[in-house]
Ligand binder design. Structure first.
Ligand code: APR
Length: 243
C-alpha cells in the first residue's frame, strides 16, 4: 500500500518492544537465546512466582538492573530518531513502550508511557510509594518512605497484572493519524491489540518496523523488515522531510 499523506498537525503513536533495544545490547524475550529461553516467566514475571520465591524474583530484576546500568548499554540510533520525531513533529508523538529499560528517556523522549513499568523504579507494597531505584533489592530492604522491610517489589507489570496508563494509551490510539509498531513480536496483549484498535477506527495509517514479521504483521498497511537502528532513522527522516 502506498503511504497516504500524513497531516503533520495530527498526532502519531509509536509502540516499541524489546527489539528496539536489542542493538543496544539488551536481550529480547522470544528471539533465540532470549530472556524466556533462560528462565521460566512463570517463576519471575508473575505475582504467583513472587509469592512462591520472592528472592528469586528480586535477583532476576537485580541482574537486569545491573546490566542496564553498565556503561556500554546506550541508546541506539532508533531511540535517538524517535526522540527527534517527538521534537520535530508538529502534531505531537506519544511513545508507548513495553520496555522497562530507560533508553528512550536517555535518548531524549519525554512523551513516553512505560505500559509494563520501569526496571529503575520499585514500589512498596506497604505504603504504595513508587521510587527511583538503581541498586539491588532483597526482601530485607527497608522502604525509605515507610521504613518497613519486606514490601519492596520491582515497579514492573507482571503477567496477569494490568498494564499502566491504558486510558491515556486508548485516547492516543483513538486520535492518531499514524501508528508505528517497532521491535515487538505482537505476542503479548493488550499491546498486540493496538493495531487492530487503530484499524477499526479506519482513520490512521499503520506501519510495522521489525526484524521479522510479527504475529500481527497482516494487520499493518505498511511494513519494513530489518534492524531498527537502520529502519527507524530512515523512516523518521522520510516523515520529517515531507514537513
Ligand atoms: N531490530 C528490530 N526488531 C528486532 C531486532 C532489531 N535489531 N531484534 C529483534 N527484533 C524483533 C524480533 O523480530 C521480535 O519480533 O523484536 C521482537 C522482540 O519480540 P519479543 O522478544 O517478544 O519482545 P516484545 O514484543 O517486546 O515482548 C512483549 O512480553 O515478556 C513480555 O513484558 C515482556 O514487554 C515484554 C512483552
Amino acid at each position: 500500500m502506498t503511504r497516504p499523506i500524513i497531516s503533520p498537525t495530527r498526532p502519531i503513536v509509536v509502540l516499541t518492544g524489546a527489539g528496539i533495544s536489542q542493538e543496544s545490547g539488551l536481550d529480547t524475550f522470544r528471539c533465540a537465546g532470549g530472556v524466556w529461553s533462560k528462565v521460566r516467566l512463570e517463576d519471575v514475571a508473575t505475582p504467583e512466582g513472587f509469592r512462591r520465591d520472592p528472592e528469586l524474583v528480586q535477583e532476576f530484576y537485580n541482574a537486569r538492573r545491573r546490566s542496564l546500568t553498565e556503561p556500554h548499554i546506550q541508546p541506539n540510533p532508533a531511540h535517538h530518531a524517535l526522540a527527534r520525531l517527538e521534537k520535530e513533529w508538529p502534531g505531537g508523538v506519544l511513545l508507548v513502550t513495553q520496555n522497562i529499560d530507560d533508553l528512550h528517556e536517555r535518548a531524549g523522549s519525554t512523551q513516553l508511557v512505560h505500559m509494563h513499568g520501569e526496571l529503575l523504579k520499585v514500589r512498596c507494597l506497604r505504603c504504595d510509594d513508587i521510587m527511583p531505584w538503581a541498586r539491588d533489592v532483597t526482601m530485607d530492604t527497608p522502604c525509605p518512605q515507610c521504613r518497613r522491610a519486606g514490601g519492596i517489589r520491582p515497579h514492573v507489570v507482571w503477567f496477569g497484572e494490568m498494564p499502566l496508563e491504558m486510558d491515556r494509551i486508548g485516547d492516543a490510539l483513538d486520535g492518531c493519524v499514524l501508528f508505528v509498531s517497532i521491535g515487538t513480536s505482537g505476542h503479548v496483549y493488550p499491546a498486540a491489540g493496538f493495531v487492530a484498535a487503530v484499524r477499526q477506527r479506519g482513520l490512521a495509517h499503520t506501519v510495522e518496523l521489525n526484524l521479522d514479521p510479527s504475529d500481527g504483521a497482516s494487520l499493518f498497511n505498511e511494513a519494513q523488515y530489518g534492524p531498527a537502528s537502520e529502519l527507524v532513522p530512515e523512516f523518521v527522516d522520510e516523515l520529517l522531510t515531507g514537513l
